[in-house]
Design a protein around this ligand. Structure first.
Ligand code: ADP
Ligand code: MG
Length: 477
């Protein structure tokens, strides 16, 4: 059963997800856990001090607004910060601090209670952040045991094992793992981190996506704290940077990474990098960095073969305590060839369908689900296509849809288009707004709400919307 605070937080995330770019959302919001709601104070747990500061500095206004929407104007936010005690047997320690619009938060919404007019200096800033307090940011589920070995990943997996046993002292430094989307790079890189922690609990491990690294870098640049940033990274014994292809174009961050890389490498620390292409194809990454990447071992990961796919599926099922007939497992393995992530996706869809329809999993259901599954991931309808369909349907000129015309039919057509774009595409509210002559996300939210309200009260309107939904749905298949 969902607890109230979880509901509240889920509702907040729904809104935030649409406003914040996807990568930022993943980095800064997904790791947050709601833990309590008392009176109008929502407490959220964040993984580290740094995290807390980052959120307070960058997202306090957004959080304030969404929370206010959910809980009314007395809403307040508190944080629970996890402090890594360095001892894996202890439960992580936490400290609670109030949200306070930390540092430079200023805009004209000073009425929000999160912002204390006279900000108290946060008493929990840890001076000179001690080594052991660095949270490795690892997902405990990503282990070697859970990572099936096959021809597709044997070299990478074994090199990873070796590196985890003897970090920094083998010739696999850096270890570069590369391969397509959803083939298991992040899992393997994190498994190395987890294994290092298991075997050498005193080693400081840090997993970071290059996107987050770049964010942090930019952030420290603004505060004139680049040296702090570099020093922080120089404390790490095993540094894992995921998806280095995002370094393309981030010139300055590459410079910082270059000095961190050199320092760590010279001090016998381990570097593990992942990339969606082989290092030689990383355009936009400085040659001096690429040449560093070549110092160690680059190992690729491929799509698993049939037997390995079966083994992966069986492992996932065992972990989750599930059973299904062998012919179904074979059917999935045979038909999914894009990535391991899709393989998992198919399994999950199948389970969902079976429990929704209270139906045993059999080959027939698998065929049905996989048909939809492959279809839904094969084609996505665009905002432009939806705009065209609505214009045709209501016989409204396309350019009118984008202009600021206040004529009722046009306003309604525009609102319906936004509503459909929200429902049928993965675009953010911001992007949708931009497709309508640069309107902002609040307009889109408003439009979607209006359409929903009108559908409740106006039958004719409702019919049009349903008919259009049907058309868009068919076009998206
Ligand atoms: P990437 O980082 O390459 O995009 P991920 O590491 O996120 O891919 O993997 C996608 C999903 O597939 C994850 O849930 C991961 O656990 C799973 N996965 C990938 N390879 C394997 C494997 N060899 N054994 C078990 N699970 C795997
Ligand atoms: Mg990944």
């Amino acid at each position: 059963m969902d607890k109230v605070f979880e509901k509240v937080w889920i509702n907040c995330l729904e809104i935030i997800k649409d406003i914040v770019e996807w990568q930022h959302f993943k980095t800064w919001f997904e790791p947050i856990k709601p833990v309590a709601l008392k009176e109008k104070i929502l407490t959220i747990q964040v993984p580290s001090q740094f995290f807390y500061e980052y959120i307070e500095e960058h997202y306090v206004s957004l959080l304030a607004k969404t929370l206010k929407r959910e809980l009314g104007k007395d809403a307040r936010l508190e944080y629970r910060i996890m402090v890594d005690s360095g001892n894996r047997n202890n439960k992580p320690q936490t400290i609670d601090v109030p949200g306070q619009g930390y540092k430079s938060y200023s805009n004209n919404e000073m009425d929000f209670p999160l912002v204390i007019n006279n900000p108290v200096k946060n008493p929990f800033v840890i001076p000179g952040l001690k080594k052991m307090q660095i949270n490795p940011q690892l997902n405990q589920a990503y282990t070697f045991e859970a990572y099936v070995e096959g021809d597709c990943n044997r070299v990478a997996r074994r090199a990873g094992k070796t590196v985890a046993e003897k970090p920094g002292t083998t010739s696999f430094n850096p270890l570069v793992i590369y391969g397509g989307v959803g083939l298991g790079k992040t899992h393997l890189a994190q498994a190395i981190g987890n294994e290092v922690k298991r075997l050498h609990s005193n080693k400081v491990v840090l997993y970071v996506s290059s996107e987050k690294f770049i964010n942090q870098f930019i952030d420290h640049g603004r505060n004139g704290a680049i040296n702090d940033f570099i020093h922080f990274y120089q404390l790490i014994d095993v540094l894992i940077i995921d998806d280095v292809q995002f370094f393309t174009r981030a010139e300055k961050s590459q410079d910082a990474f270059f000095s961190i890389f050199n320092h760590l490498h010279q001090s016998g620390k381990q570097l593990i990098l992942t990339s969606d292409k082989p290092p030689k194809d990383l355009e936009g990454v400085q040659e001096r960095l690429l040449s560093r990447f070549r110092w160690g071992l680059s190992a690729d990961i491929q799509m698993p073969d049939y037997d390995t796919k079966i083994e992966i599926l069986e492992k996932k099922m065992k972990n989750d305590g599930l059973e299904m007939p062998p012919e179904v497992v074979k059917y999935i393995a045979y038909n999914i060839n894009s990535s391991v992530r899709e393989l998992e996706g198919a399994l999950i869809s199948l389970l969902a369908q079976s429990s929704l329809n209270k139906r045993e999993i059999d080959l027939e259901l698998a065929k049905k689900v996989l048909r939809n599954f492959v279809k839904s991931s094969s084609k996505e309808i665009t905002i432009d296509a939806i705009q065209k369909m609505v214009c045709e349907y209501f016989d409204v000129p396309y350019d009118k849809l984008l202009q600021k015309t206040r004529k009722r039919e046009i306003v309604q057509a525009r609102q319906i288009t936004m509503f459909l774009a929200k429902a049928f595409t993965k675009n953010s509210l911001k992007t949708i707004g931009e497709h309508f002559g640069g309107r902002d996300h609040t307009t889109v939210i408003h439009s979607c709400q209006t359409v929903k309200d009108l559908m409740d009260t106006d039958n004719l309107f409702k019919e049009s919307v349903l008919e259009l939904q049907q058309k868009v749905h068919l076009a998206a298949m």
